[in-house]
Design a protein around this ligand. Structure first.
Ligand code: GLN
Length: 487
């Protein structure tokens, strides 16, 4: 193998593990050494337990030696966004509120990955409670983009994207409420998949906005994303919104579904504010599909202009309700200064939450308050239906939609101080969450300043197999996945 171990995809590493050319312990040691070397600059991790990871890797090697390998993920180190529960590991949501919290249980996705033999590796930084687009809202530190550590990796799952791009994990998990997997994937030059709402269990995911949240993979290739999705998808009775349907074999479907597809270009997604370099790179990707025989046509999603407003009403309303549980009583930060019980609530929340989280709790409480509920929350729910209908109408004519993932490439740490400017980073990703659809960001080039660019493919509900196949078709014809940041 010429490429360094820590930069290789799951497919290559699992073949080497199967072929006894590599052990899981050697792989884990390579990832740990790489992490030690680059982490002072990347700062993707909130915590990690090397001894525990090496013990898991040794157990994987023992299974293989005994002929009881658990499959393609057995021995593969996977990093977790610090909002997904792993028994005995810290679970902080990058918040002071949970700075000392250790999870007493596994998320369903964690359980599934353990059963697949993956090595559960490291807690990855994010914006506090997944609110943000840059990891700058983390209460602990800001993660650097591996392509230029003076720039943000995107967010909120910035640590997950950066760790993967830097070779500090072989795949990672993130969560996506308005773009938090796809936008950092685009900014860090990796693949990021947000599944259809209901495909992956949210049990054990710290809730931000429950009707929008989904867990999904970051991976080096589309095939790797298919492998991880395969492992984490499926019905779970512990998540009442989990969808009960058979999960196809996404990896083997990749080779079977060959198109040509009908692709729609939503005209509202190529508007003012889009970086010309990103626009040009996405146009090139579109041209590639055309050259492969795909039919490409312009479509309209007329309610796109309302996505941002709708999102920031619904997401903050749900967040204000979800975060009410952090009261300083049962778990999480408890103020030492409180005079009485009411003061304890106030002080604990005042000390435990950061500015952006407070902003959203206040906004969400306002839109839910009596007298404003109908004007804001109820109305936003109606507009949400119209937004979803726009997509479903487009799918009468096309199989998938193609858009930029982010309007701009990675920006400088500290560059965006205005919350609204930050919210605009998700202009192309939030509609997908409001509509509950699957979408993937795929690398499609670099800016003149060597910053990664990604394009987004948006699929039909529960048609991840098609979505992955469309993405795979592009990836097969390009070699962006073999470019690594020179850290
Ligand atoms: N950036 C968006 C927000 O701040 C989306 C975050 C996410 O998907 N978790 O809400």
């Amino acid at each position: 193998m010429s490429t360094e171990l820590f930069h290789q995809p799951i497919t290559a590493l699992s073949a080497a593990l199967e072929g006894k050319r590599l052990t899981a312990v050697e792989l884990m040691q390579a990832v740990i050494a790489r992490t030690k070397a680059v982490e002072p600059r990347v700062r993707a991790f909130n915590s990690s337990d090397e001894a525990d990871a090496l013990a898991q890797a040794a157990a994987s090697d023992a299974r293989r030696a005994a002929g009881t390998s658990l499959g393609v993920l057995d021995g593969i180190p996977i990093g977790f966004k610090d909002v997904i529960a792993v028994t005995g590991q810290p679970l902080t949501a990058s918040s002071k509120m949970l700075a000392n919290f250790v999870s007493p249980y596994d998320a369903t996705v964690t359980q599934k990955l353990k059963r697949a033999g993956a090595v559960i590796w490291g807690r990855l930084n994010c914006d506090e409670f997944a609110m943000g687009s840059s990891t700058e809202n983390s209460a602990f530190h800001t993660t650097g983009n591996p392509w230029d550590v003076t720039r943000v990796p995107g967010g909120s799952s910035g640590g997950s994207a950066a760790a993967l791009a830097a070779g500090e994990a072989i795949a990672t998990l993130g969560s996506d409420t308005g773009g938090s997997i796809r936008q950092p994937a685009a900014l860090c030059g990796v693949v990021g998949l947000k599944p259809t709402y209901g495909l992956v269990s949210r049990f054990g995911l710290i809730a931000y906005a429950s009707s929008l949240d989904q867990i999904g993979p970051f991976a080096r290739t589309v095939e790797d994303a298919a492998i991880v999705l395969q492992a984490i998808a499926g019905h779970d009775e512990r998540d009442s919104t989990s969808f009960n349907a058979a999960v196809p074999d996404y990896r083997s479907e990749l080779g079977k579904r060959r198109g040509p597809w009908k692709l729609g270009i939503p005209k509202e997604y190529f508007a003012e504010g889009l970086s010309p370099e990103i626009g040009a790179a996405v146009e090139k990707a579109i041209a590639y599909y055309q050259a492969q025989g795909c039919e490409v046509k312009e479509v309209s999603l007329p309610h796109t202009q309302y996505c941002l407003d709708t999102y920031y009403i619904i997401a903050t309303a749900e967040a204000s309700s979800n975060l009410a549980r952090f009261d300083g009583i049962r778990y999480g930060h408890r103020s030492a200064k409180a005079k009485d019980i009411v003061d304890l609530y106030f002080q604990s929340r005042a000390e435990g939450f950061g500015a952006e989280v407070k902003r959203r709790i206040i906004l969400g409480t306002y839109v839910l308050s009596s007298g404003y509920y109908d004007a804001y929350y109820l109305r936003a729910q109606k507009v949400r239906t119209l937004i979803r209908q726009d997509f479903l109408n487009a799918y009468q004519e096309v199989d998938a939609l193609i858009t930029p993932t982010s309007p701009i490439p990675a920006f400088k740490i500290g560059e965006k101080s205005d919350p609204l400017a930050m919210y605009l980073c998700d202009i192309y990703t939030i509609g997908v969450n409001l509509a509950g659809l699957p979408a993937i960001s795929v690398p499609c080039g670099f800016t003149s300043g060597h910053l990664p660019i990604g394009f987004q493919l948006i699929g039909q509900p529960f048609q991840e197999a098609n979505l992955l196949a469309v993405a795979h078709a592009y990836e097969q014809g390009h070699d962006w996945k073999t470019k690594y940041p020179s850290l």
